[in-house]
Each structure stands twice: as C-alpha cells, then as structure tokens.
Design a protein around this ligand. Structure first.
Ligand code: FAD
Length: 421
C-alpha cells in the first residue's frame, strides 16, 4: 500500500513497479489487469489511482541521456527530449548547464515533468502558458506495449488532445520540450496591498513582471503579499513602480509565520530562472508537507467577481487555510487544459482537515463555477465524474481519443475511471 505525497490518499493499487528498460515497461503494461502511470505522487486527489498496478518511469533508461539536448541529427535546435519521470528541478539544472531554460515553472520543483504535463500544471504570468504548452512531442507506451511518438508538427489533429492526458492514453516515457535561452530573474515581494487597489490595478500589477502571484487568506483587509518575478534585462533591474506597493525588507514564506529558508531567494537578488520561478528551492522539503490543495481556473475577465465571491466566503474559508494564491495564466489549445482564454487561478493550500475542507467546497463551487471556473485536475474538488467532464468542451473528443489508445479501459481508475466510464 502506498500513499500520495500529502498522505491524504492511500492508493487502491496493489503493486508499484519501476521498470528500468522499455522491455520491463512493456512487461508491466501488457496483460489483462488494470495499470496506470504514477508520477511523483504530488496530486491531492485520485487522478493517478488504479486498482491494478502503478508504473513509475523515474528509473527508466531507454539508452538516451535523461536530458537530451540534441536532435536526431546531432544539432541543438532548442527542443530537448527528457525522461518523463524526471522532476522539473532536475531538468531545469541540466538545461541551465547547457545554456537553455524553460519558459516557466510551477511553485514546486519536485514534481515530475510527466505528472505536471498530464494535469495542465501551471506557474504564473500573463504571457506564460501552462507547463504542458512547452511540449512539442511525446513518446508513450500503450497498454498493448506499443511505443508511439506523437508530435505537434506531424499529428496536429490529435496532439492537443494527447498532452494533458491524465495518464489515460498510456505511460509517457519521453517528453520533447521547447526551450528558450537561459535567463536571470529577480524576485521582490510587496506587502499589504489594499483589495481595492489590487482589483483596480489588476492588469497593471500582473503585467508589471514576468510572473506575479498574490497571497491572501480572503478575510484580510489587504492582499498580504504580491510576489513579482522579473526577467533581469527585460523588465528592468528595479522592482515595478506602481501605486500602493510597499516592498518587504525581509524574505517571506507563502504561509504566514513560516521560516522562509525553504523559499527561493527574494529581495531583488538576481539568479538563474530555475532558482527564482518556483517559490520553493529544490534542495528543501517543500511547503508544510502536511496539507491539501484545491484550485479553480477561470476566465481572467471574471477576476473581480471571483475575488468578491471568495471574500464573501472568507469567514468560512480562512480558518481552514494555510494560504491562498492568485495567479494569471496565458491561453493554450490543449483539449483538457482549463486555459482556453486568458485565465486566472485561485489556489488554496488547506490545513490537513479534509472533512471540513470538503464541506466548504460546494459553496465555493456554487460561487465560482458559474463564473467559468474549472478545478485543477490534480487537486481536491467537489464536482466529479460526468459533471466535471462537461466543464471541458473537448472532453468527448478526448474520450474517443482515449478509446483508440486503450480500447479495453485498462488505464481507467480513480477519477479517470469516473470521467471516462
Ligand atoms: C506542494 C505542491 C505544489 C504544487 N504546485 C503547483 C503549481 O504551482 N501549479 C500547479 O498547477 N500545480 C501544482 N501542484 C499540483 C501538481 O503539479 C499536480 O498534481 C501534478 O499532477 C503532480 O505531478 P506528479 O508527478 O506528482 O503526478 P501524480 O500525482 O503522480 O499523477 C498525476 C497524473 O499524471 C499522470 N502521470 C504521471 N506520470 C505519467 C506518465 N509517465 N505517463 C502518463 N501519465 C502520467 C498520472 O497517471 C495522473 O493522472 C502542486 C502540488 C504540490 C503537492
């Protein structure tokens, strides 16, 4: 019996295998029982679950370098092929060493690349798309043991359906990611920004830096912190000048009162992109560990209504919260991505009081779903099964695609079983 990272879920899977070769992976996949890919176990719901066998590809060696910056002809094109089981932090370090970078990162570098891509994991930034949007090609093994390679260029009809896959098409072994030249970022944190100023200047604030995140517990009179991550040389070498910003003179943690030593460096000190874009350092145990998360992604044009709705719910929500984060995300064309237009994310890091958290979610969804909100695929929500599938206009296309890869439903399990059955 094994559990997810937060410890709130014991997987129904009877076994966990970590193949070291493609032959061993094929052996694990072929047969008659249920099987499913497991990443670094950072999802808070049962999106990764199965009542059969879990397969992790973090030890897989297919004969190529784990981070391969060269294409088949030995040229460096900027597209990098990575072992799908690697953590973002590991890929980032290897890329930076070769002078390349990823456009964006999630708050935590410990999450596997395949797991992040499969659930449309995102960072922040008006011009930054989800991490899945960097994928230009992927290799996966289907339940019949067939290794297939799909690319955006060669399979334009199905590729946007195959990237955010929830693990329902097969076990992804390699991901081909578009990269950019490596870059430097400085991080500055402003404190206590009044809500009125925040909403009135929302567009100026979120466009004032490459990546912007606001932290609150919804019952406070002001937004507690706004984190600005600026590309040095592009956004300038000083913190943004906007009315109402008071810069913190000391480093802060997203959770009030927690020692910030686990966080990436702040106070405007420039550093490589991968040591600033995530909120947490790779070498530190992230966050409080014992937590739950929910997140709702909704059209950016509805941010004021969503913030007002959440502030009304503040007295119910705040006692259960460790912290909450507001982020912006650029749109993409991926079928199961919640970002089909410029979007905003309302993220909730909860105290590990699951029954109470689940009790407040219906009220939040009653307020947010009519504003176009969709839950994060890997976090705790109330809406489930067909009702959840119906929030994604391309879900029926995805169902048909999944059927062609997995005609017997052997990859169904947990949330994915409830969505597809
Ligand atoms: C502390 C913390 C911080 C977080 N921060 C962010 C954030 O900043 N932004 C954000 O959007 N999310 C964030 N998340 C959520 C997280 O990114 C997602 O839950 C993500 O899916 C976790 O990836 P994982 O590797 O742990 O996948 P798992 O939870 O193990 O699996 C998730 C899904 O990916 C599939 N999958 C995994 N590996 C493969 C594979 N090789 N082939 C096919 N499918 C596969 C699984 O089948 C499953 O459907 C955070 C989570 C935690 C715990």
């Amino acid at each position: 019996m094994h559990r997810n990272w937060a410890g709130n879920l014991t997987y129904a899977a009877g076994d966990l295998v970590r193949p070291t070769s493609l032959e061993q992976l094929a052996e694990a996949l072929t047969g008659t029982g249920r099987v499913r890919a497991l990443g670094s176990r950072h999802s808070f719901n049962d999106v990764a679950d199965t009542d059969g066998v879990h397969v992790q590809v973090d030890a897989l060696d297919d004969g190529r370098p784990a981070v391969d910056v060269l294409d088949a002809d030995g040229a460096q094109t900027g597209v990098v092929s990575v072992n799908a089981g690697l953590r973002h932090g590991e890929v980032s370090r290897a890329l930076h060493a070769t002078g390349r970078g990823l456009a964006n990162l999630a708050s935590l570098p410990h999450i596997s690349v395949a797991g992040a891509v499969a659930t449309a994991t995102h960072g922040s930034g008006d011009r930054n798309q989800s991490l899945a949007s960097a994928v230009v090609g992927l290799e996966l093994m289907t339940p019949s043991g067939e290794l297939r390679r799909l690319t955006r260029a060669e399979h334009p009809d199905v590729f946007p359906g195959a990237v955010v896959s929830l693990g329902a098409l097969g076990v992804v072994t390699r991901l081909e990611l578009a990269t950019v030249p490596t870059y430097s970022v400085r991080q500055d944190v402003a404190a206590d920004l009044p809500w009125d100023t925040f909403l009135e200047s929302f567009d100026e604030l979120t466009s004032a830096a490459y990546s912007v995140s606001a932290f609150t517990s919804w019952d406070e009179p002001a937004v507690r912190h706004v984190w600005f991550k600026q590309v040095v040389g592009l956004d300038g070498g000083a913190p943004p000048e906007l009315p109402g910003l008071r810069w913190s003179a000391v480093p802060v943690h997203p959770l009030p009162g927690v020692d910030p030593s686990a966080c990436t460096e702040q106070l405007g000190v420039p550093g490589p992109w991968h040591e600033r874009l995530s909120h947490f350092r790779l070498e530190h145990t992230p966050s409080a560990g014992d937590e739950l998360q929910s997140e709702y992604l909704l059209p950016r044009r509805n941010v004021a209504a969503a913030v007002e709705a959440m502030r009304r719910l503040g007295p119910r929500v705040a006692p259960l919260l460790a912290t909450s984060e507001i982020r912006t995300i650029a749109p993409d064309d991926l079928w199961l991505s919640p970002f089909d237009e410029p979007s905003v994310g309302l993220h909730f890091t909860w105290l590990p009081r699951e029954a109470e958290v689940r009790a407040v979610l219906p009220a939040m969804e009653e307020a947010l779903l009519p504003l176009g909100a969709r839950p994060h695929w890997g976090k705790v929500c109330d809406v489930d099964g067909p009702e959840l599938a119906a929030l994604f206009p391309r879900f029926d296309d995805f169902r048909k695609l999944a059927l062609t890869f997995d005609p017997d439903g052997r990859l169904h399990g947990g949330l994915v079983g409830r969505l597809l059955s």
